[in-house]
Design a protein around this ligand. Sequence first.
Ligand SMILES: [Fe+2]
Ligand SMILES: [Fe+2]
Length: 236
Amino acid sequence: MTDASRPPINLLGRSVRDKVPPRTAVTGMIDLGERDAAIFRLATPYLQTRENDAHTLYSYGFARALLGEIPEAEEHIVLPAIILHDTGWSTVIEQEALESIAPGVDRSVWGHLTIQHEKEGARIAREILTEVGIPAADIDEITQIIDGHDTRLTSLSLNDSLVKDADKLWRVSPHSITVAQPRFGLSAEEALLLCASRAYNELFTPQAKSMSRALIALASMTQSVEISNCYVREIV
Ligand SMILES: [Fe+2]
Ligand SMILES: [Fe+2]
């Protein structure tokens, strides 16, 4: 019997499957939906540098979580902006992009590449959003958010704050920590310390700060000596 066809282990000994709620009944479960899946499909060719496709999806998840807590923000602006914000990295040579995001980067040498990815991202976003049929006024707002999303240290609007926060929250996600390790030659703990130090203080909304604390707490405990010594039942 292959692993896939093996019935799941059930220590209880009877089925509780009929008690599992549908996805739509669970707060916080998300999928992309038709509009955003279409935008992501068109963005994908521009996101296949470093791990930007996965970074985009995780940031999208954080954006949706933030929108759930901050309903005054506008999802039709925030979500296309987060999907398209890093498409401009596709115009930068990968090793040079890595230099431009490295800790302690000399911005006088590499800063122009960060600006390039913002400006090219805004250009690519405009093309994709026009193809999808997004209204012109919304395209203007979305591309303004993308142009400067890393280098503009202030926020233009609540929508802009959510996009910035969703992008930065990724830094304390499990995915970011595993990406940072080989990227910069760090241990898991060093990667967590570096990533966490580059997230919390840059967040705009208290909701994102809470999420950041929860993610850092999760990662800290995952990396703790105590958790590695926890009792694990042996299942045969
Ligand atoms: Fe970026
Ligand atoms: Fe990003």
